[in-house]
Design a protein around this ligand. Structure first.
Ligand code: SF4
Length: 183
């Protein structure tokens, strides 16, 4: 049939779609700079999370220090610690009670994959938060340092807005040979 010309009425569609896109960008910028994590920790990695919010590391520099006591007021779940199978339904309920849009950070090896508790015959540990939650950012370490959580928050901001506060630092030594005298 070939290409058809649009009827005249449809040629006058207002440009409101573009305006919505701009509004979305602005709203996402606001969301990314005021992330409210849920006050919630399940093992040792939570201590690092608490340190990240305290004076020395000062998470409020990134607008993410307002840890909320209710999932209904939170938009980020930081899974900080070992997830036991007994605890999993409770964590899922907390996630379900958070309003959209919401994000999940897996903090530490336990939350990523079960960490040091994965061995043949283990029966009590969930091997990663992504077994039952949509994880957005993974932060490795046992435990990860507060700087790593800050980098995870910055990465989440990047995911929300497509913009990073400052360029990513790539470790230079990865490109260099380990033993300079070997070919
Ligand atoms: S990753 Fe290490 S520090 Fe973090 S909860 Fe697991 S055992 Fe503890």
């Amino acid at each position: 049939m070939g290409t058809q010309k649009l009827p005249p009425a449809l040629n006058t569609v207002p440009e409101s779609f573009v305006q919505f896109a701009l509004a979305d960008k602005l709203i996402n910028l606001g969301r990314a700079n005021s992330l409210w994590p849920l006050t919630f920790g399940i093992a040792c990695c939570a201590i690092e999370m608490m340190a990240t919010g305290a004076a020395r590391f000062d998470l409020s520099r990134f607008g993410a220090e307002v840890f909320r006591p209710s999932p209904r007021q939170s938009d980020v779940m930081i899974v900080a610690g070992t997830i036991s199978k007994k605890m999993m339904p409770g964590i899922k309920t907390l996630y379900d009670q958070m309003p959209e849009p919401k994000w999940v950070i897996a903090l530490g090896n336990c939350a990523i994959s079960g960490g040091p508790f994965v061995y043949e015959g283990q029966y009590g540990i969930v091997e990663g938060a992504d077994q039952f939650l949509p994880v957005d950012v993974y932060i490795p370490g046992c435990p990860p340092r507060p700087e790593a959580l800050i980098e995870g928050i910055i990465e989440l901001e990047h995911k929300i807005t497509g913009w990073r506060r400052w360029p990513k630092v790539e470790p230079q030594w990865l490109d260099e040979p380990k033993f300079p005298n070997t070919p």
